[in-house]
Design a protein around this ligand. Structure first.
Ligand SMILES: NC(=O)c1ccc[n+]([C@@H]2O[C@H](COP(=O)([O-])OP(=O)(O)OC[C@H]3O[C@@H](n4cnc5c(N)ncnc54)[C@H](OP(=O)(O)O)[C@@H]3O)[C@@H](O)[C@H]2O)c1
Length: 317
C-alpha cells in the first residue's frame, strides 16, 4: 500500500519542486497542507507569490490527484484531525518562518504521523549551532537543531536533509569565496532540493538519519565560477575572504540578505578542519538522481535570482 506524504509550505521554491517530483515519482499518495492566508506572508528573501498564483498551482496539483488539506496551522486542535492519515510530513517553510513548525510537530504527533522532515536544507545545523561566532545564521542553526530535538521528543521519526549551498544565493558580485576555492563542496539549487526530497524519503536508510546531499553538483567554488564565466562569456569578480575579514564585514552589514550571506560565509570559514560540512549522500545512495545541469540552471534560475537578491540587498541598506 502507498504511504501518504503531506507537504507544508508547498508553494515555495523547495516545496513546489518537491510536490512536482512526488507526482512524477508516483511512489506515495500526495497531499498539500494549505495555511490560512491571513498570516504574515514570509519567504527566504524572495519575491512573494500572489494568492491567485498559489491557487492556480493548487488547482493544477489537484487535477493530478493531489489532495489539498486546508487548516489554521497555528491551531493544533484543528490541525490534528486534518493530519490523520499522513505517514510522512515534509516541511519546506522559509527560514523566516522556522517557528511555524512547532504547532505542526505537536499536531503531527497527536495525529500519529510517523515521520517529520523539518525544513533544513542548508548546513549540518547540529554542528553549526556550536560554531564560535554569534550571527543571525548561527541563531537559525540553533533553532533548527532544537526543532529536530522537539521532533525526537514527540516520538516521531525524522529525516534531516542538509543540502549545502544554494548557488543562486551566493553569486552576487563580487562573489565571496569563503573556503579553499579548490575544495569540493555540496551545491543544491532550491529546485533540486525539492526534487531530491521524495527520493531521500523513499530510501530505507533515511529513517532517523542525517542525509547531506549535493543535489545539483559536488564541485569546488572555482569549478562553479569557471562554469559561470564560460556561460556569461566574461570574468566574474571573486573576493577571497578570510575568517577575520568576514567577521569584520559582518559587523557593519545591515540586516537582510547581504548580512545572511556574510553569516553563512563566516560559518563556512569557521568550519574546523576534520569536520566537513559538506557531503554527497546521494552519490552513494541515489546514484540515479541527476541534478539540473549547470548550463540550464545558471540562465534560468541563478542569474534571475541574483538580480532579485541585489535589489533586496539595496533596499535593505
Ligand atoms: N542553504 C542555502 O543556501 C539555503 C538557501 C535558501 C533556503 N534554504 C532553506 O530552504 C528552506 C526552504 O526555503 P525556500 O527558499 O524554499 O522557501 P520559500 O520559497 O521562501 O517559501 C515560501 C513559501 O513559504 C510558505 N510561507 C509563507 N509564509 C509563511 C508562514 N508565515 N508560515 C509558514 N509558511 C509560510 C508559503 O507557502 P504556502 O502558502 O503554500 O504555505 C510560501 O509560498 C528553508 O529552511 C531555508 O532555510 C537554504
Amino acid at each position: 500500500m502507498k504511504r501518504t506524504v503531506t507537504v507544508f509550505a508547498a508553494t515555495g521554491v523547495a516545496g513546489s519542486a518537491c510536490v512536482n517530483e512526488l507526482i512524477a515519482q508516483d511512489v506515495f499518495n500526495v497531499q498539500v497542507l494549505v495555511r490560512n492566508q491571513d498570516e504574515q506572508e514570509k519567504s527566504s528573501f524572495r519575491p512573494k507569490k500572489e494568492l491567485s498564483e498559489k491557487e492556480k498551482q493548487l488547482f493544477a496539483w489537484e487535477q493530478k490527484g493531489v489532495s489539498i488539506l486546508r487548516a489554521d496551522t497555528n491551531n493544533t486542535s484543528e490541525l490534528t484531525p486534518v493530519l490523520r492519515g499522513t505517514d510522512y510530513l515534509v516541511s519546506c517553510v522559509p527560514f523566516t518562518a522556522t517557528e511555524s513548525q512547532y504547532p505542526l510537530i505537536w499536531a503531527a504527533k497527536e495525529a500519529g504521523v510517523e515521520r517529520f522532515v523539518p525544513s533544513e536544507f542548508g548546513y549540518i545545523y547540529e554542528w553549526e549551532q556550536f560554531w564560535p561566532t554569534d550571527t543571525v545564521h548561527r541563531s537559525l542553526a540553533r533553532q533548527k537543531a532544537f526543532i529536530r530535538r522537539v521532533i525526537e521528543l514527540a516520538g516521531m521519526d525524522y529525516t534531516i536533509i542538509p543540502a549545502g549551498f544554494w548557488p543562486e544565493f551566493y553569486m552576487a558580485e563580487p562573489v565571496i569565496v569563503p573556503v579553499d576555492p579548490d575544495q569540493r563542496v555540496s551545491w543544491s539549487a532550491g529546485v533540486d532540493v525539492g526534487r531530491i526530497i521524495p527520493h531521500v524519503l523513499a530510501h530505507p536508510l533515511s529513517r532517523n538519519a542525517v542525509c547531506p546531499v549535493a543535489a545539483t553538483a559536488y564541485c569546488s567554488w572555482k569549478e562553479m565560477l569557471d562554469t559561470r564565466e564560460r556561460l556569461l562569456g566574461r570574468n566574474v569578480e571573486r573576493l577571497y575572504m578570510s575568517e577575520t575579514e568576514l567577521k569584520e564585514a559582518y559587523k557593519t552589514q545591515a540586516p537582510g540578505p547581504g548580512q545572511a550571506v556574510l553569516a553563512i560565509s563566516l560559518a563556512a570559514a569557521e568550519c574546523p578542519q576534520g569536520m566537513p560540512l559538506w557531503a554527497h549522500w546521494n552519490a552513494k545512495h541515489l546514484p540515479e538522481f541527476i541534478g539540473t545541469p549547470l548550463d540550464e540552471l545558471f540562465p534560468n534560475v541563478i542569474e534571475p535570482t541574483v538580480q532579485s537578491l541585489i535589489t533586496e540587498i539595496q533596499n535593505s541598506q
